[in-house]
Every structure is written in C-alpha cells, then in structure tokens.
Design a protein around this ligand. Structure first.
Ligand SMILES: C[S@@+](CC[C@H](N)C(=O)[O-])C[C@H]1O[C@@H](n2cnc3c(N)ncnc32)[C@H](O)[C@@H]1O
Length: 366
C-alpha cells in the first residue's frame, strides 16, 4: 500500500465528536471497489460524483480512490459489486506453485486490526469476530482459488484467533483480488455484498445483476424524475433500480409470473411500480410517449423468445422506435447487438461487459 493509513486514528476522530465535517475534511482514506468487467469507467464516474472522492486508478474490475469524510456514503454506491478498505498488496505471485509459499508467509503477517476498527465505526462486527475469505484471479496459474483461500484463512485465523466460516455467516469478508502477478487485499466495508440487493427475493431465470441495471441507467444519463419503461422487466431489477434513484419506473412483461416477481421485489424495495402484462412487440402506449426505455433483451438461450430471434429483434426495435419521444433514449443489454437495427435511432455508446460467463453489450441509442 502506498500511504499507510491510520484507520484507528480516523475512527477515534469520529467517535470523539471531532468528526465534524471541518475535521473530517482533513482525513483521507484509501478504498477500492470491485465492479463488473467493462463497467470500470462507470463505477469510477459514480465514485467521482461523491464530494471529496478522488479516483486514483481504474484497472481491470477494480477502481481505487481516496475519500475525505464519511465512509458510509460508499455503502450507497449502486454500480459496484463491493467496496473494500485495502489491507495489503502483494506482488510476485507467479503462476507456478512456488507462489503458495509467498501467500502463506504474507497471510501470517496481514495487519487487519486498524481496518476492522474503521469498519466497526460503520456497523456492528460483533464481539467475537468471524471472517470469510473470497478469492478472484485473472490469469492462468497452477494452483486454485481454493488453495489460496485456505492459506489466507489459516494465516488470519492463526494470527488473530478469529473464527473462519462461510461468507453469509461471518462479520468480515477478506477479499483477495489477484490480477496476474499482483494481489490486492481488502476488508469489505459492508456486512453483505453490495451487489446482492436485499429487495431481490423473487427470482426469474435470466434476471439481471442489480449493479449492471444501475450502470445501464447511469449510461443513459436520464433527466431527473424521467419516466423509464422496461418492456422486458422480468423480476423488475432495472425498474426498481430506476425507482431507487428517483426515476419513475414503468415495468412490462408478457409473463404474469415475471410481473408477480417484479411486484414483490418492488414492494420490498419500497418502490412504487406501474406494471403491465404486455407483449414488447406491441406496447400498449402511444407513439412518441416514452422518454427513456431500458431493458435487458431476451437472448433466446437464457429466455425463450416466441419468434425466430432475428425477427423478434426487428419487431422489438421497430416498436422501441415508435414509442420513443423525439430526443428520447433507449439503453439495451444484449449479447446479440448485431441484431439491433433502427431506422432513425443511432448508436450513442456501446460498452461490452462480462456477465454470467458471456460478453454481452450495453448499447445506448438515441
Ligand atoms: C432477460 S429477462 C429480463 C430480466 C430482467 N431484466 C430482470 O432483471 O429480471 C427477459 C424477460 O423478457 C420477457 N419476455 C420475453 N419475450 C417477451 C415479449 N415478447 N414481450 C414481453 N416480455 C417478454 C420474459 O418473460 C423475461 O421476463
């Protein structure tokens, strides 16, 4: 880590009431977020919107930043998978098994107490701390994520005497994010993964990861309080994420079971959702009546579409073009971008992402 951060000091400042905005302005903390591959600039942009946040590096699935002031604001980020306090950076993690000795030795030296104090300032970590370890890596290597996890868990349990367990049952999560020969280690700020929205209890096949839905909406750059139509709403992820940032969602699907899931999730999210059982090829809306349309189109494999996919996409594109107001926008996620074709609308932006082992694209057209 470049600057060694004194989290304990920062936490004491807040606890002693010295944490008035005036004092906190002088305190700078390093953090990093993990996001979906392809959405790094979107997450960096979301971070940069927070007052007092300076993005310092945007890398593969990771954005590092410095933040002045209240850390709790980071728990409200919508496009990221998770936010971490950095606790170490290791390099030289070669693909050969010799790297395991290095991981074992480094794990025994991990200094976590200060970061734990800072997290305890935000939420209850319990009197008896328990922890889980998650490992992600990019690049081939001759050892597994499970082997890394075991070594790190043994090191931390041996040093601190904390109980090790499953991610859902422990108060702390230690993430080891390895990019080729370098590892970034961080303690997750939140108790639960940020991408795992608590409102999402009713599921349907092909349902979207909420941070991707939030990123699609950010990419569309909607006007505040704009109405957003998702004509393929499924379990309602895009519509609910829209409602949670002050947009006015309208959610259609041709399946009653999807609409029931969307209604239940919206209720849990506290979002008011107007629903309609409608075929997306014949939207029950006037021409030029929709300001923003956001959808994750059925891909044919994951979700069956009634006509041949090419034909289906042609009809859907024509209907999108019909209902959009002049100057309106559509943001569409699909792994068949070549099938999107419009007479009037033009491509404004295209971003390829990684999702469920596939590489679909988000397209913004207007
Ligand atoms: C990929 S899923 C959408 C997932 C949704 N974004 C979510 O997060 O749950 C596609 C949805 O399109 C719906 N669908 C498929 N064909 C349709 C059509 N012709 N009209 C309306 N909805 C349709 C399916 O019922 C399914 O719910």
């Amino acid at each position: 880590m470049s600057d060694m951060i004194n989290y304990i000091w920062i936490w004491k400042q807040i606890k002693n009431g010295a944490g008035s905005p005036g004092n906190l302005e002088e305190v700078i903390i390093e953090i990093f977020v993990i996001t979906t591959r392809g959405l790094e600039p979107v997450s960096a942009g979301e971070l940069a919107l927070l007052p007092g946040v300076q993005v310092v590096e945007t890398a593969y699935r990771r954005v590092s930043a410095r933040i002045e002031g209240d850390l709790a604001r980071l728990l409200r980020l919508r496009t990221v998978d998770d936010v971490f306090l950095p606790v170490g950076e290791w390099d030289g993690l070669v693909p050969q098994r010799a790297a395991l000795d290095r991981i074992r030795a480094e794990s025994l030296r991990l200094e976590l107490k200060a970061a734990v104090e800072a997290i305890a300032g935000l939420r209850d970590v319990g009197a008896n701390i328990s922890f889980s370890v998650s490992v992600n890596f990019v690049g081939r290597r001759n050892y597994s994520a499970e082997e890394i996890k075991t070594l790190v868990a043994e090191g931390v349990a041996g040093r601190y005497g904390w109980g090790y367990g499953d991610e859902n049952r422990t108060s702390l999560n230690l993430r080891v994010f390895i990019e080729h020969e370098r590892a970034w280690l961080g303690l997750r700020l939140s108790a639960h993964p940020l991408h795992d929205r608590l409102y999402k209890q009713a599921h349907i096949s092909g349902s979207l990861k909420p941070p991707v839905a939030a990123a699609m909406l950010m990419l569309a750059e909607p006007h505040p309080a704009a109405t957003v139509l998702d004509p393929f709403c499924g379990a309602g992820t895009i519509a609910i994420e829209a409602g949670l940032v002050g947009l006015v969602p309208l959610a259609f699907d041709h399946e009653a079971s999807a609409l029931a899931a969307a209604a239940e999730n919206a209720r849990l999210a506290g979002v008011s959702l107007r629903l309609g059982q409608v075929d997306a090829r014949r939207l029950a809306l006037g021409s030029g009546s929709v300001e923003l349309l956001a959808a994750n189109l059925p891909w044919g494999r994951q979700v069956p579409v009634s006509d041949a996919v090419g034909d289906f996409y042609r009809q859907v594109c024509a209907e999108i073009e019909r209902v959009l107001v002049s100057g309106g926008r559509a943001v569409l996620l699909t792994n068949l971008p070549q099938l999107l074709s419009f007479e009037r609308l033009t491509l404004h932006r295209q971003v390829e992402i990684s999702l469920f082992g596939q590489a679909p694209s988000i397209l913004v057209v207007n």
